[in-house]
Design a protein around this ligand. Structure first.
Ligand code: ARG
Ligand code: ZN
Length: 881
């Protein structure tokens, strides 16, 4: 049951043409497939048996070259249909029956929105639940799809490519549509939708002057929420032309929004299918974070048309080939559309809290994994986010221009092919002339490298040295790691805060003040000439490599960088490092039972941040935000959640008191502006609301009745969900019980028709660190707004409790763990993919003390005793080792 990269072999047969006919009927769906198959000339001699993947299919008939095959001439089991071909080329036809209305796994063909629509999700291996096929990405075929369904219930029939024909069915109550996709594609990019939806239509003229029709389909009640997605799509299409020279290739591009979806969205050729949570955005029903997510995901799926579809993956071990590259592309797009610094801070935060934890836990795997039981378990932060960091490092090492030449070469060389991560790096190598052999270790070695840096100033020689030492902890598949290529972007700041010219020993002259220096050895020193006093280094600017940097900055140096670093990311990073150190003091004090002592230096530094008029609101908001509990966990050897939580709460209260007048003045001024400015989804507005809400969050920690009044005003009067939800969060976590209950009740009444907004309502309550939250969560599982069959609901309630509410999840009696294990068991019977994702917090036990570890592991052991899906089984068994 373990699939290994080293076992890869090319397919024995290819499928040149795939004709599918779907008959969608109430209680069952018939799928007829006509496959034009040919022996793969690259696969060797003879005519081996043909084994087509197929699962949960009722096989009704098989025909070979038009002749019905008697059952003795083929074999079917749970996974395959096997046939012995007699010629090099032949036509195989099958007819199967499937049951989409019973498909709660949301993989293959299923019904969403309580049966009101049919849709598909085939990546990675869902197509085998639709028909017998060579379900692997290196088998690419031209698809024609004919769909027949009830005319009244499903007026809209969609598939990939172009609509060729439509009309009445044989049966008068039915109709049909015939679609043809001219581009050969692997079956994971197949899609079908049958529904009754509204449509928003627009058009895009490509750089070569072709007209593309753009259609976004959603339920009628959602259609006024798709405008932002349409705008984002057009921006993404233009950006991909301008930045990568990539033009869209069909006359039609469609997006369909569905309620029930395991992931964010899917890049099916010409017919993207989206989770509503990544498509719908309206000021009154979506937060600023949702607006940004929609823009990013719409772009991501669109960008896949080249990085994923035109050039696809040879096998699923290469998943990061398309995902890492495409995440890198969408991040650059978002950075260009909004604030690049804020975008980078958000991405690095996710990487350092979640991906680093994955890399340090029992499920650590390389960006290109070498084995799996269930590929769905590898749509991970490592493959996506760390994979994007790897591409980003190539970009910094090569420079933007050379990187673009590399990507042009990659697309030209491999258009229409299914390739590997090595092919991608090879194109970069060929375009740049740089040897990237060592760089490729990023794809094969798991674990987060540590980079320890020490500065040494030689006054007499006017030299400054940086001594680098890199190491990487062992992981399951590899104990001894070879050194990585770590691009360190850096500058040296002199006492006034200006950057010094960088003149490396051996160079004829200084070259710039900010440079990318590749660290390639386990131990390596870099020497700078003509440095007349000891500088403060600004290291790993923009987080130029996914490593744990360790440089012994003094708190004064961090304050200095907070004021002077020209790199926005590092400037905020200095503030975060200072807060981190101060919080770590408090955590130790709490653990030792000694009195709280918050370093006044932090208060002074934040006062300066709040009074610096030149500092942008976005920067102020970021610098004021304390490191999250998740990051404090990540930074601890053994995390004591109780101490972490209370230390952080103490710091928040203490800072709120100390900064009260400044925070209040700033809050009032920002809320005033928000009140008088119509909503816009722009970086400037996002920043204003972020700072305003950060200030409100602090102020609500103080006992100031005027603040409560202000919070209630913002809750009741603001015209957008970002302000309203932030006020609700502040109320829910406050001691104002009556106001909290009233606000929750009025919110629920106002938004009951908006499930995505109600997800926010569920999440706010599940995230409250107050005692009794677990009971509340159990109660909410019976609320009308909750539905375990819908992944968004499950994540909002159960996921928020286990990921956002560390204090309650890690209760010493193990009740949080037991709750999660129970939920996973229940959900696993319905939806293995989402159950497996939900399990993650239980696999992070290494960070906790023995008592907590034992409790977490005993829940994993209890799960292991149950009858589990392959998905959950793989995670549980690997976690237990
Ligand atoms: N390729 C999609 C994306 O990242 C992810 C879909 C994967 N879905 C799944 N159920 N494994 O854009
Ligand atoms: Zn993707």
């Amino acid at each position: 049951i373990i699939v290994r990269l080293e076992d890869y072999r090319v397919a024995d047969y290819l499928i040149d043409k795939t004709d599918l006919s779907f008959y969608l009927r109430e209680q069952e769906t018939w799928v007829q497939a006509k496959l034009h198959i040919r022996r793969n000339p690259e696969a060797g001699e003879g005519l081996p048996e043909l084994a087509l993947n197929g699962e949960q299919l009722d096989l009704l008939e098989v025909k070979l070259n038009g002749q019905l095959l008697p059952p003795a001439h083929y074999q079917v089991d749970e996974q395959f249909l096997r046939v012995q071909p007699q010629q090099e080329g032949f036509v195989l036809e099958t007819k199967v029956r499937i049951y989409p209305h019973k498909n709660t796994a949301l993989e293959g063909l299923y019904q969403s929105a309580a049966g009101s629509m049919y849709c598909t999700q085939c990546e990675a291996e869902g197509f085998r639940k639709i028909t017998y096929y060579l379900d692997r990405p290196d088998v690419m075929s031209r698809f024609s799809v004919r769909i027949t369904a009830d005319k009244a219930r499903y007026p809209l029939l969609l598939s990939n490519g172009n609509l060729i024909e439509s009309g009445n069915g044989e049966n008068n109550s039915e109709h049909f549509a015939l679609w043809h996709d001219p581009f050969p594609k692997p079956c994971y990019l197949f899609a079908l939708v049958a529904a009754n939806l509204s449509c928003a239509e627009d058009q895009f003229i490509t750089q070569s002057g072709r007209k593309v029709t753009l259609r976004i389909y959603a339920e009628p009640s959602y259609i006024e929420q798709v405008g932002h997605a349409m705008t984002s799509l057009k921006k993404a299409m233009r950006w991909d032309e301008e930045v990568y020279g990539r033009e869209y290739d069909l006359d039609l591009f469609m997006i369909v929004a569905v309620d029930d979806f395991n992931m964010g969205a899917m890049e099916n050729k010409g017919l993207n299918i989206f989770n509503t949570s990544c498509l719908l955005a309206h000021p009154q029903t979506a937060t600023d974070a949702a607006f940004q997510r929609v823009e990013a995901v719409v772009a991501h799926e669109y960008f896949h048309n080249w990085s994923g579809n035109r050039v696809t993956c040879r096998d699923w071990f290469q998943l990061s080939l398309k995902e890492g590259f495409t995440v890198f592309r969408d991040a650059a797009f978002s950075a260009d559309m909004n604030s690049p610094t804020v975008k980078r801070i958000d991405d690095v935060r996710l990487l350092r809290t979640q991906q680093f934890a994955e890399d340090a836990g029992p499920l650590a795997h390389p960006v290109r994994p070498s084995s799996y039981m269930e590929i769905s378990n590898f749509y991970t932060l490592t493959v996506y986010e760390k994979g994007a960091e790897v591409v980003r490092m190539l970009h910094s090492l090569l420079g933007a221009e050379t990187f673009r030449q590399g990507s042009d070469l990659y697309f030209a060389r491999h258009d229409g092919q299914a390739v590997t991560c090595d092919d991608f790096v090879q194109a970069m190598q060929d375009a740049s002339g740089q040897d990237l052999t060592q760089f490729k270790r990023w794809y094969s070695q798991a674990g987060t490298p540590q980079l320890a840096v020490r500065g040494e100033y030689l006054a007499e020689e006017k030299r400054y040295l940086l001594h680098f030492t890199q190491s990487c902890p062992p992981t399951a598949e590899l104990a001894d790691k070879q050194p990585f290529v770590i691009p360190v972007k850096l500058a040296l700041l002199e006492q006034q805060g200006d950057e010094l010219p960088l003149h490396l020993t051996g160079e004829r002259e200084a070259q710039g003040t900010c440079r990318v220096i590749p660290i390639t050895k386990a131990v390596q020193s870099v020497c700078f000439e003509n440095i007349s006093s000891e500088p403060v280094p600004s290291l790993l600017r923009g987080f130029s490599a996914p490593v744990k940097l360790d440089f012994a900055y003094s708190r004064e140096q961090l304050c200095f960088l907070m004021q002077h670093d020209a790199d926005g990311f590092n400037r905020v990073e200095a503030a975060q490092q200072l807060s981190l150190q101060v919080l770590q003091d408090l955590i130790t004090q709490r653990q030792n039972g000694s009195p709280w002592q918050l370093d006044p230096l932090l208060i002074k530094a934040l006062q300066r941040v709040l009074t610096d008029n030149r500092l942008e609101a976005a920067m102020v908001a970021e610098m004021l935000s304390l490191p999250s509990e998740a990051w404090l966990v990540e930074r601890a050897e053994i995390a004591n959640i109780e101490a972490i939580h209370h230390a952080r709460e103490y710091a928040r209260r203490h800072l709120a008191d100390a900064l009260h007048p400044l925070l209040r003045a700033r809050y009032q001024q920002l809320r005033e502006t928000s009140r008088n400015t119509p909503f816009a989804a722009s970086a400037e507005h996002f920043a204003r609301r972020a700072l305003q809400n950060t200030a409100l969050g602090y102020l609500m920690q103080t006992d100031d009745d005027q603040v409560l009044a202000a919070c209630l005003e913002q809750f009741a009067q603001s015209d957008n969900l970002t302000e309203r939800l932030a006020a609700l969060v502040a109320l829910v976590n406050s001691t104002h019980i009556q106001e909290r209950e009233q606000a929750l009740a009025s919110f629920a009444t106002q938004y009951q028709a908006y499930p995505l907004v109600m997800d926010g309502w569920l999440a706010v309550q599940a995230s409250s660190p107050l005692y009794g939250t677990l009971e509340k969560v159990r109660e909410l599982m019976r609320h009308a707004a909750f539905n375990l069959n819908n992944p968004n609901r499950a994540r909002a309630l159960i996921g928020s409790f286990c990921n956002q509410n560390l204090l309650q999840f890690h209760q010493a009696d193990g009740s949080g763990y037991r709750f999660l294990a129970d939920c996973v068991l229940q959900l696993d019977r319905l939806n293995p993919q989402t159950a497996a994702r939900l399990l993650t917090p239980l696999t992070r036990f290494r960070k906790y003390d023995e008592k907590h570890q034992a409790l977490m592991q005993s829940e994993l052991a209890r799960l292991q005793q149950a009858h589990l899906s392959k998905d959950v089984f793989e995670l549980v068994s690997k976690s237990l080792g």
